[in-house]
Design a protein around this ligand. Sequence first.
Ligand SMILES: Nc1ncnc2c1ncn2[C@@H]1O[C@H](COP(=O)(O)OP(=O)(O)OP(=O)(O)O)[C@@H](O)[C@H]1O
Length: 240
Amino acid sequence: MRLHEVVRAYGDGPRRVAALDGVTVDFDRGTFTAVMGPSGSGKSTLLHCAAGLDRPTGGTVTIDGTDLGTLGETALTLLRRARVGFVFQSYNLVPALTAAQNVALPLRLAGRRPDPAELDATLAEVGLTGRGRHRPDELSGGEQQRVAIARALISRPAVLFADEPTGALDTRTSRDILRLLRDLVDRHRQTVVMVTHDPVAAAHADRVVLLADGRVVDELGGDLAAETIAARMTRLEPAC
Ligand SMILES: Nc1ncnc2c1ncn2[C@@H]1O[C@H](COP(=O)(O)OP(=O)(O)OP(=O)(O)O)[C@@H](O)[C@H]1O
């Protein structure tokens, strides 16, 4: 998928704020990208525009060759449901439903009857075999995030977006969730785009895109080490 010269501005005249100010970035199939930057640099806005949850004021967002800007609300909702997965820091599970029912929700919304074997396979993929009947309050934070990831994966999305997916988890559980995301990329060629403040989390990605003031100001690739990422981040802070 691709963002080309994406602008997202709020307000008019002297009060205009460009949360994104001409962002061009590609997220190739089967890659894991971390999006980082100081607070207010536009990370969440980028994720929301890329996922079709927010509409840019300029530029284009393309998923599977479809320019999201050409779609009306209904078509955009359908494309998002079919091609985009979203995972949040706060899991956003429905408390009254079991893990399996939460995972099945996107299929039900799309008018499909969930196939139990498909649900079992998706729960197994995230390491939750046998936990499908548990409700969210009977699961740990890490397990709840796994349910949220399974729910995002059930429609086999073109891109899985994760906004601070380990923000509410302890160090060890965070590492397990990041390994799971890494595994989905390596074994299933899932495309993952993750916003994070944490250089250790970002080191699990193939590439780090650094934002400042709504622009891409740096990119790191290759063998990513948390120390290198942290050093680049520190260099950015005074600029803001
Ligand atoms: N609805 C809005 N109205 C006006 N300005 C907004 C709105 N949403 C975001 N902004 C501004 O756009 C800029 C980017 O916000 P965004 O939430 O994308 O940053 P972020 O990098 O995700 O920040 P954080 O790390 O603190 O979550 C900020 O200056 C913010 O104040």
